[in-house]
Structure formats: C-alpha cells, structure tokens
Design a protein around this ligand. Structure first.
Ligand SMILES: [Fe+2]
Length: 406
C-alpha cells in the first residue's frame, strides 16, 4: 500500500505495508497502473481506464484463495509518452516481492507508456522472460527463494535472453549489491525510492541500446543463413554446417573451453566458408580437379569471409577461425603459412572437426569413411606435420568417448 510522498519528485515514497496479498505475475498493458487509486501519484480512475481483466495465461496458476492472486490486468492511462519506439511499445518486466515498491515502478512505467509485466518472485522469471520476451527487466535484489543475482546470472548466460538489459533495484549506497550485480551482468542500477526522471531516462536509454543490439544480432543471423545457403549450394558438402556445429560444441566442451570459445566454434560452423559467396560458380561448382589458377581463386574464400564478418564486433572471436581454418601445423597451409601455435588455437580446434566431418561424410568424389578410417587418415596427416599432435590425440580420445555417448 502506498502511504507517503517522495518530497523531491512529487512521486511516491513507498512506505511498505505488505498487507497486499502477493501476486505471482500480472501482465499490464501500456499506459496503465493498478490499485493506486488513492495514491499521491494521481493515478486515479480518471487517468487510468481498466481495459481488460482476468487474462490468465497458461504459465499462471489461477488464484483460488485470494492469497496468491494471479489475475492479469490491462489498464490504459491517458496518452503515451513512449514515442521513440514506433508502434512497437517496449515491454518492461518488474520483479519485486515487495508489493508497494513493485506497484510504484509499474505505475511510473505505465505512465511513461510502456507495457508492464510484473512478477513477485525470482523463481518464475526465467520462464516468464522466455515466454514474454521483455525489452528490459527491473529486478529487485533481495527476494525469497531465488534472489535477483541468481536470476540475472541465469538470464545473462542464456543465448536467448542475454541481450535483455537488467536494472537492479538496490537501496541507496548498497555498494556490495552493486558490485555483486556487476559480477552477474547487471546493466544498470536504480535506488529506492524511485526518481521518476531517472527511472525514465535509464529505461529509455537501455531499451534503445537493446534494440540496437538486436539489430546486430539479426545481422549475425542473416550471415548465418547466408553461410548455410552457401553450403547448400555446394554439392560437395551437404549438411556440413549443422554437423560441424554439433561436433564443434561437443569437442569444445570436452576440451573444457570457455562459453565464449564454444560459441565461437559454433558460429565458425556457420561462417567458416561464408567467403565462398565471392567465388565464381565456375570454380566453386566445378566437377573434377581444379587447376592451380582455380585453386588460387578458391583459396581467396578465407579472406573474403574475413572481410564480410569483420564489421561485426560480436564476430571478432570467429574471424581467426574464418581466416586460418586452412593453415597447417608445419606452415604449408594458407593464407598466411602460419606455423605451430602461431595458428590461433580455436582455428586449430575447428580445423580438426572440419576435416573429420569431411572424411566421414559422403562426397561426390568419395564414400563416407568410418570413424576409425577417418582417424587413421588424420593421424597420418598429423605425422606429416599438418596438425597439432597433442590436439589430434585429444580429438581421438574425444571421438571414442563421444561415440560411446552417442
Ligand atoms: Fe574453407
């Protein structure tokens, strides 16, 4: 219940009275607020129009005794202040077990024109975020069960939710929480009691940033699609990309690489040959042996691929894979004839999976080798000095373990 007034902003200072029965989740449409008719926010019935009630989603357990109410409501306030985001009204998720504090944030955001969803505990947030895909999360630190840090960490580790900005709601001068928040990936912090202007500015800025990041993310996905399309044009490779992604991820995990390194290996599966888009069909699709001049053209694909992906900062970890996946340990590869550990490690790891998949797949010019036959060929090539012998041995061990698991 809201009982006081925040003197500096004219907005409420929530003096907490937890008599409100907790609700797990309420989904509230843009420009609305709920249950604040008697507050000094002036969010009265004149300004707020109840539009829809009882839209209980499948992920909400319906209220049966009024003590754990899960009613979803949409209320409409007059006018919208969110005008920077075209017709796509940003969705904000407010997570706070403290009802008065949560409703304050909900009311302020609704007044700004955002669509607001609210939840009163951390344990449902991950599922809720997956379903609702909010543009920003306002997250309380201390909550019973799963606290805000744990929630944030889970969201930031997940490829699907990592781009959603998280603002932690902390007490003023709570330095420890802020440091912990930074460690788990928080994007910003806000102190209670809320300053409306500060809340508005931070939310608007982070939502804009998130939309820009999404544009970049979409650009990555377009490149992945191009990578797969190129692969599908090449009659030699078949479903090479998808197999490589699976193999790269498994080998990366076996080698206990970092999350980012494994992600780069996976992206390398999509993008390593994207430069073939610049290779003429007469060379790329030629049946039969390439002339030395045609080989020279074909080798350009690693440089073309690097040029295509270089502008995207998020792909910087994949660039070494794209450029160097045809180097050889003894320096007889291309494009830079790098030797030994001059070859970036991820390019070495990726190359091994790339060659294994090529050998174990059927191609127009060869049958699919069995796993053991492929490993024999690769070990022979390692003896010739083409590959890192230590890594090759690890790959042999990995394949034996992997086959048992598969
Ligand atoms: Fe290649």
């Amino acid at each position: 219940m809201i009982q006081g007034k925040f003197p500096n902003t004219g907005f409420i200072e929530p003096i907490i009275s937890e008599s409100d029965s907790p609700s797990k989740v309420k989904s509230i449409g843009s420009n609305h607020a709920t249950g604040l008719q008697d507050s000094s926010l002036d969010l009265s019935e004149e300004n707020l129009m109840l539009k829809d009630t009882q839209a209980v989603s499948s992920w909400m357990k319906p209220d049966v005794d009024g003590g754990d109410s899960l009613v979803s409501r949409t209320l409409q306030a007059d006018g919208s202040k969110v005008s920077d985001f075209d017709s796509d009204v940003p969705k904000i998720l407010v997570v706070d077990d403290h009802a008065a504090s949560r409703l304050t944030a909900v009311a302020l955001l609704a007044m700004e024109g955002y669509e607001v969803i609210e939840a009163d505990r951390g344990s449902i947030v991950v599922e809720l975020v997956t379903q609702k895909q909010p543009d920003l999360i306002l997250l309380d630190v201390m909550m019973p069960g799963m606290d805000g840090f744990e929630v944030c960490q889970l969201l930031k580790q997940d490829e699907q939710t990592r781009l959603i900005p998280v603002i932690f709601i902390t007490a003023l001068n709570d330095r420890r929480s802020r440091i912990r928040g930074i460690e788990v990936g928080a994007d910003d912090f806000l102190s209670k009691p809320f300053d409306r202007v500060e809340l508005s500015a931070r939310v608007k800025s982070l939502v804009r940033q998130k939309r820009l990041n999404e544009d970049l993310d979409h650009a990555e996905k377009v490149l992945f699609s191009i990578g797969i399309a190129i692969e599908s044009r090449d009659p030699n490779t078949g479903d090479h990309c998808h197999r490589l992604i699976k193999l790269g991820q498994a080998f990366g995990e076996y080698l206990q690489l970092s999350r980012n390194q494994i992600r780069d290996l996976v992206w390398g599966g999509y993008l390593h040959d994207i430069g073939k888009v610049g290779i003429p069909d007469s060379v790329l699709l030629k049946c039969g042996k390439l002339t030395s001049q045609e080989w020279e053209i074909m080798r350009q694909h690693v440089l073309i691929g690097e040029k295509i992906c270089q502008p995207l900062r998020s792909l910087r970890g994949v660039i070494p894979i794209i450029r160097h996946h045809h180097e050889r340990w003894n320096g007889s590869g291309y494009p830079d004839a790098l030797k030994g550990n001059e070859i970036p490690y991820l390019a070495q790891v990726f190359q091994i999976t790339d060659i294994y998949d090529a050998l174990t797949s059927e191609r127009p010019y060869k049958r699919a080798f069995s796993s053991e036959e492929a490993l024999v060929v690769m070990l022979e090539e390692t003896a010739l000095g083409w590959r890192n012998p230590v890594l090759m041995q690890q790959f042999v061990e990995f394949i034996h373990c992997w086959q048992e698991v598969e």
